[in-house]
Ligand binder design. Structure first.
Ligand SMILES: [Zn+2]
Length: 396
């Protein structure tokens, strides 16, 4: 079963753009890590999607103490111990912790044990998607980028709905640990993309795939098996990535540089031995250099060799290294500069470790910056999807 990772290890596109020293006009905000917790289970779809329209269950509030829906305020005491259904009109304002979303659909309030509740919006998938696209892409991007993103986001959400409908009270969250969702939006290009691709999803052997995507693959594709989890469902051909360089490889924005205190980074890795349950992190005594020691079939690093002062080499999974380096540890100052991807190398200069890398996010499936390049060159959304999800069936 695919499980949404609710940790805070995510990336923000505006931060990335600013850190890269580039200015992009207009648009929005965040990208998606879309990681799932490691699972060795086969995510088998037991049932085919119902011919009835699917409502995606979006958790828009976690452990809320109060929610205001239109003019009505709900707390745990007004809800009681059973889920409460609240019918809403289109374009209803929902306010949780001072943040307001305008939404349509219906709202379920699910009590938790700790005197709080989850706020879950049930919204028809086609009505849900414009709010995803408006949160995931820059508003001025190409209609074909929006259309390819619409199909990927629809496939991702419907796959999760099928996986989770009997095991969880929500399918997706509304933030970057899942996919962004801004509520009802008026962005025309987003609505047109959803209408143009109405009902179209990506399938493999007739089953809808979890169509992961990220902001920028850095030029070489990651595989879902390496970058998301070892689940057998992640070994399907469409999630193994394209062969050869991606269109984003020509973009300046695909590359990043940063530096860290070598000593603090080493201490952070040591602390993550327990926090992330990776005991080998505790053995690292110093960091001189970080180089790829194994790559996937496309040449993207999947393991990194950390060489210490005494030339001893520690091999770690690239995605674990990136996650640990971005983790807040109580005894250490929080990392000021994020590592944007696991596609990186590092070298010690003085007391600093200079790190440089490519891309932003896990690099599996559609690359948003690459898709925008393809679209600008006149490619159709179908061709864009065929490149990023090799051999996937594209149909409704
Ligand atoms: Zn790319």
């Amino acid at each position: 079963m695919a499980v949404i990772n609710t940790n805070k290890d995510h990336c923000n596109r505006r931060e990335f753009v600013l850190a890269s020293g580039l200015f992009v006009v207009g648009g929005l905000v965040s990208c998606d890590e879309l990681e799932t917790k490691p699972s060795t289970k086969v995510a088998k779809q037991k049932t085919k999607p119902s011919p009835e329209p699917i409502s995606i269950r979006v958790r828009i509030g976690k452990n809320a103490e109060k929610v205001t829906i239109a003019k009505n305020t709900f707390t745990k005491s007004t809800i009681g111990d059973k889920p409460l259904k609240v019918e809403i009109n289109p374009n209803t304002k929902v306010t949780i912790n001072g943040k307001t979303k305008t939404t349509s659909g219906l709202i379920m309030l699910h009590p938790n044990k700790n005197n709080t509740f989850d706020v879950v919006l049930h919204v028809l998938v086609e009505q849900y998607l414009p709010g995803v696209l408006a949160g995931e892409l820059f508003a001025h991007w190409h209609p074909a980028t929006f259309a390819s993103q619409a199909v990927a986001a629809r496939s991702y959400a419907v796959n999760l709905h099928i996986e989770r409908k009997t095991t969880s009270h929500f399918d997706v969250t509304d933030g970057p640990s899942s996919q962004m969702f801004l509520g009802d939006v008026t962005l025309d290009v987003a609505h047109r993309a959803v209408q143009e691709t109405n009902g179209v999803v990506l399938r493999w052997n007739k089953e809808i795939i979890p169509a992961y995507y990220s902001a920028c693959c850095g030029g070489l594709a990651a595989t879902a098996y390496d970058a998301i989890s070892g689940a057998e469902s992640h070994q399907i051909t469409p999630l193994q990535g394209h062969s050869g360089k991606d269109k984003c490889a020509a973009l300046k924005i695909r590359s990043w540089n940063t530096e860290r205190s070598a000593r603090l980074l080493r201490k952070r890795l040591n602390a993550c031995a327990n926090l992330m349950n990776i005991p080998s992190f505790a053995d690292i005594r110093s960091i001189r250099s970080i180089e790829p020691s194994a790559t996937n079939q496309h040449g993207r690093p999947i393991k990194l060799a950390i060489t210490c002062r005494r030339k001893k080499v520690y091999e770690v999974r690239a995605k674990d290294f990136m996650r640990a380096a971005n983790t807040n540890v109580s005894a250490l100052p929080n990392p000021q500069r994020k590592l944007w991807s696991s596609f990186l190398v590092g070298k010690k200069v003085g007391s600093k470790l200079e790190l440089s890398g490519h891309g932003m996010g896990h690099g599996v499936g559609l690359c948003q910056y690459g898709a925008q390049e393809f679209a600008g060159a006149g490619e159709s959304w179908q061709n864009i999807l065929a490149w990023y999800y090799p051999k996937a069936e594209i149909n409704s």
